[in-house]
Every structure is written in C-alpha cells, then in structure tokens.
Unconditional design. Structure first.
Length: 146
C-alpha cells in the first residue's frame, strides 16, 4: 500500500507527514513569541487572518531544536491548524512500505525515500498535550483561542 506524504528535513534527517494532513507550507512565517508557552511552542503566526500556533518539531520529537530560517508545514488537527517548523523546504513523495519501526515519540515508522530514510510522524500523537507541554485541554485553547 502506498501513502502520499510530505517529506522535509529536520537537521540532517528526513521526516514525513501524511499528505492528507498538510494544509500548506509557509516560508519564514512571522512568529509572535508567547512568553508563558512551553519550550516546544515557538509562538503563533497570522495565516490570512487565522492565528496558527507554531511548534518546534525537533523539540516535540525529542531530538533538539530546529535551527536556521524556519519553514512551517501547516497541518490540520482535530482542534485546528498547527505549524510544524522544519529545517528546509518539503517535497511531496509516495511512500511505499514501512522498512522498520521508529522509536521516536509521535512517530509511526521508517520508510525509504529516494535512497534516504524518512521517519513518518503521527501528527495527532505528536501534538497531543503530553508531547507539547500543554496539559489537559490547554492544547485546544491555544489552537482555537490564539
């Protein structure tokens, strides 16, 4: 079974999300810091009148921090859009079959893409309150009221 996906770099590694979850990609979004937000939340940005929270994808995965000029992959979640910051421009690919499991939190498995390895991210799991540093229903409040 093949899966359309959006693959992007985080540092030197490649990660992917299901293409069906991606709303759009924003290069260098103007982020407003949220002073009391957990470390993984970089802030929020305006996307044509809609305020979208922006997350450091590397921090959510537990692999450090995203550096350089950010690119936000805006994904749809059950509680609204969210921006996943990545290290560079993404590309659309078709993932064939899983070649192995991933031990990173919020991920589904490892795939081979154009001779490289890509780890598939489960967007809903990665953005769950216990991963983002937001407790209870605070995640929904940030996504909806910001």
């Amino acid at each position: 079974m093949t899966t359309p996906a959006v693959v992007f770099p985080i540092g030197e590694d490649r990660y992917a999300v299901a293409a069906s979850t991606v709303r759009e990609v924003v290069s260098d979004p103007r982020c407003t810091r949220l002073p009391t937000a957990p470390e993984a939340i970089l802030g929020a940005f305006n996307l044509r009148g809609e305020v979208v929270p922006m997350f450091d994808t590397a921090a959510l995965l537990g692999i450090g921090r995203v550096t350089g000029t950010p690119v936000a992959v805006v994904v749809n979640t059950a509680v609204g859009p969210a921006g996943l910051v990545v290290s560079g421009p993404p590309k659309v690919v078709v993932l064939d079959h899983e070649i192995g499991p991933s031990e990173l939190r919020g991920t589904l498995g490892v795939y081979s893409v154009d001779g490289e390895i890509a780890v598939m991210i489960d967007v809903e799991t990665l953005l769950a309150p216990h991963h983002t540093g937001l407790g209870g229903s605070a995640m929904a409040e940030v996504l909806i009221s910001s």
